[in-house]
Design a protein around this ligand. Structure first.
Ligand code: AKG
Ligand code: FE2
Length: 317
């Protein structure tokens, strides 16, 4: 692997013009070689990105007490804030703090009704936060849909393969992440902002600020995924690698804030529907193994899955 992660201009893909197949091919090549690529001309306005950044900076500048008012554990929400060194990767606790948001599902969605899926928590003391984050989430979903279509095409599949099999009701998550500058005296620079890991979903679309610090694994060495103005960094997650039969790689990456000020990044993770069974598109043998596993599901999960299928049929109909 060379140290050049490609920058792919996706304007023709978004416009649906004749160059879109070339874009799909470039994406496919990058997915096989690096599992990472940058996208430019992605259509998400600088103004909206700046609004998200300003709000996120405002949120993190608050006291811990204020931030913990929307802690993830509030009413078992699983969405909201968690603090520095509270999350772990293989190298140890991560030196970053995180705000997480999922999709706002309707109250009659079975996962909401059953209590498995809790509503988002927004910092209501910061004006415009809810609206802006929702708008950004929506933009990321739309952009992600186009990229996933291109990935399907690049694998020789129908453009709608992922939508039909996996992403009609996708489990997407947006993080607003703050990496404070490590304090040398406290030896905080011995921690990773986020240690070596791969993403577990389908595709991640990341907006990083200009601080730097993101690295991706290449054999036994690491290459910098430097910030490039006007681009997002995209990477393949474990589940999409599985669907591709291992053809597309889910590459390990890590971050340490090199700046003497906070680094911010906003990853948007695209994952399959909650009840999806992820399997290689071209491997029947694996499919059989995974179907056996299905028999081991507990009765309560089976029941929930059936309710969900019924709900999906209704929503789609
Ligand atoms: O902050 C970044 O640049 C990357 C974050 C990341 O890899 C993750 O949250 O999974
Ligand atoms: Fe990651």
């Amino acid at each position: 692997m060379t140290s050049v992660i490609p920058v792919i201009d996706v304007s023709e893909l978004l416009a649906g013009t004749s160059g879109k197949h070339k874009v799909a091919k470039e994406i496919g090549d990058a997915c096989r070689t690096y599992g990472f690529f940058y996208i430019s001309n992605h259509g998400v306005s600088e103004e909206l990105q700046k609004k998200v950044e300003d709000l996120s900076i405002k949120f993190y500048a608050q006291s811990l007490e204020e931030k913990e008012k929307i802690h993830m554990s509030v009413e078992g929400r699983k969405r909201g804030y968690y603090g520095i060194l509270k999350e772990r990767t293989a190298s140890g606790p991560d030196f970053r703090e995180v705000l997480t948001f999922g999709k706002d599902l309707l109250d009659d969605h079975p996962y909401v009704a059953s209590g498995h899926y809790k509503p988002n928590q927004y910092p209501e003391n910061i004006e415009g936060f809810r609206e802006t984050v929702k708008e950004y989430f929506q933009e990321m979903e739309t952009l992600g849909t186009r990229l996933i279509e291109a990935i399907a095409i690049s694998l020789g599949l129908d453009k709608n393969y992922f939508y039909e099999n996996y992403t009609s009701d996708p489990h997407n998550v947006l993080l607003l992440v703050n990496y404070p500058p490590p304090n040398r005296e406290l030896k905080e620079d011995e921690f990773w902002g986020v240690g070596e890991h791969s993403d577990f979903g389908f595709l991640t679309i990341l907006k990083q600020d200009m601080s730097g610090g993101l690295q991706i694994k290449s054999g036994n060495s690491w290459i910098d995924a430097k910030p490039i103005e006007g681009t997002f960094v995209c990477n393949i997650g474990d589940m999409l690698s599985i669907v591709s039969g291992g053809e597309y790689v889910s590459t390990a990456h890590r971050v340490r804030n090199p700046a003497n000020h906070s680094r911010q990044s906003y990853p948007f993770f695209i994952g399959p529907n909650f009840n999806a069974i992820v399997k290689p598109f071209n491997n029947q043998k694996n499919e059989a193994v995974i179907t056996d596993y299905n028999d081991e599901l507990t009765e309560s999960v089976k029941e929930l899955r059936e309710k969900y299928e019924a709900y999906r049929r209704n929503v789609v109909a």
